[in-house]
Design a protein around this ligand. Structure first.
Ligand SMILES: [Zn+2]
Length: 217
């Protein structure tokens, strides 16, 4: 019977969550990093860990980006596979199925915003698939140069902002234009550098802040 299968599935999920919650509570973890250490499967680091754990990364972004990389966000596509929802249409473009890869890479607004961020950073690159984006970021964004740090923070802010925008449209009926989202991302990058402690060259930081402000942030 369908109801019985779903009930059993839900019960199993709750049991698993209870075990994970107990692990976190009994470990005394209070920060996101401590919670991550408590619940993660101990083993080799994932190859993209440098895109998650780096100086200046905003804690509330870490959780969303981490879940995005693991494809654990409740996208419509995942909810349909769990038989929780039937609607799969992307709320940002209303043209394709809302999967992780679509929402954060393939969706036209996501693609345009990322290209705009790259242009602000003096880069121009073709559209990439999710896997190719991860490969490029892992291979190219190394060290703690200004450009590397800006790209890491900006891509993380883009993922967070797209998920925030998706939820605002879906649950509150509110929406922002691409220009407004880009402006918010630029504010995040500037604030992160001006508020955070960094060893980056102060003149270069000032140049970054001035250039972001000059582009109509
Ligand atoms: Zn879309």
């Amino acid at each position: 019977m369908e109801g019985g299968t779903n009930t059993s599935w839900s019960f199993q999920k709750l049991l698993k969550l209870r075990r994970e919650a107990h692990t976190v509570i009994s470990s005394g973890a209070t920060s996101i990093r401590e919670i991550w250490e408590a619940i993660r499967v101990k083993g080799n680091k994932v190859h993209w860990h440098n895109l998650i754990w780096f100086p200046l990364h905003i804690p509330k972004h870490i959780m969303i980006v981490w879940m995005t990389f693991l494809d654990r966000l409740p996208t419509k596509n995942r909810l349909q596979h769990m038989r929780i929802a039937n609607d799969e249409l992307c709320v940002l473009c209303k043209e394709a199925r809302e999967t992780r890869n679509h929402l954060f890479i393939e969706c036209p607004p996501a693609d345009s915003l990322w290209k705009a961020i790259l242009l602000l950073s003096g880069l121009k690159r073709p559209s990439l698939t999710w896997d190719n984006m991860i490969t490029w970021a892992c291979n190219s964004w190394k060290g703690e140069s200004l450009l590397t740090t800006v790209l890491k923070i900006a891509w993380s802010a883009l993922i967070y902002s797209l998920w925030e925008e998706r939820n605002a449209r879906l649950f509150k009926g509110n929406s922002r234009s691409a220009a407004q989202i880009l402006s918010a991302i630029k504010d995040i990058v500037v604030l992160t550098f001006t508020m955070g402690k960094t060893d980056l060259d102060r003149d270069k930081m000032k140049q970054l802040v001035d250039s972001c402000k000059a582009v109509g942030a």
